[in-house]
Design a protein around this ligand. Sequence first.
Ligand code: HEM
Length: 249
Amino acid sequence: MDAVLGNAPRASRHAAPNHSSYSTSAVNFLASFYRSSIGKKWIVALTGLALIGYVIGHLVGNLQIFGAPEKINQYAEFLHSMPRALWVVRSVLLAAFFLHIFTTIKLATENRAAKGRTNEMRATTSPKPAKKTMVVSGLLVLSFVAYHLAHFTARITDARFEKLNHDVHTMVILGFQNPLVSGFYLLSVFLLCLHLSHGFQSVPQTFGLNSKSLRNAITKGGQALAWIIFAGYASIPLAVLLKQLTPAH
Ligand code: HEM
């Protein structure tokens, strides 16, 4: 017994970590991960992938406009019938959106500061035109999302939308009958897809994928996916402008 108890003082000196020390070290780990450049790149990539997931899901939902009007209207009604789930998705989306933007800006300012310190690095790592357009296309997509939410979610840009309730079919078609609105959407989804196609080029580097064939597959597959997404979104305003989609009543 004494032999067992004899270990007690040593055991208390090296007390087993409790739950709070585990969570403190997890927070410390996350904080130092976020402070590192690779950590930020991971955050940008993971939030970017989550946002692409939404963009694809939203496109699949929107393409139902080419079916019977009830189809897309019932889909919108179904989404609004689960307000809690809707707000959870909205909150995750919003957090991913702002984390993506904030972390990208932080990475860009840190890179610029590092380049200022190391003169010879300026010659070897000057940003390619594709990288430069990432900030501009990203900011334009941000302004598009703000307009889009006011247009189809808050419905404050067009007085005709107020009375439509769940008639998303009529709302979208009336909205896109205005060539200026359609033109703005087409330009914005083009920039969004340009942003996505460039974004995919950084994914293999961020995740440290060394296999050349895997890197090529992700880059090429990502670019193809970006332009399929563009074709899908662009088809809706174009179909309205070409009178292939008209209001049901
Ligand atoms: C032709 C292009 C698009 C159409 C026709 C369209 C249509 C719609 C409609 C009808 C809604 C309102 C749904 C409702 O409240 O019932 C909506 C909401 C939304 N759209 Fe789009 N959209 C398009 C492009 C995009 C793109 C490219 C993005 C992302 C960059 C996007 C992001 C969103 C977001 C975040 C919401 C808010 C969802 C919510 O209420 O929680 N949309 N869209």
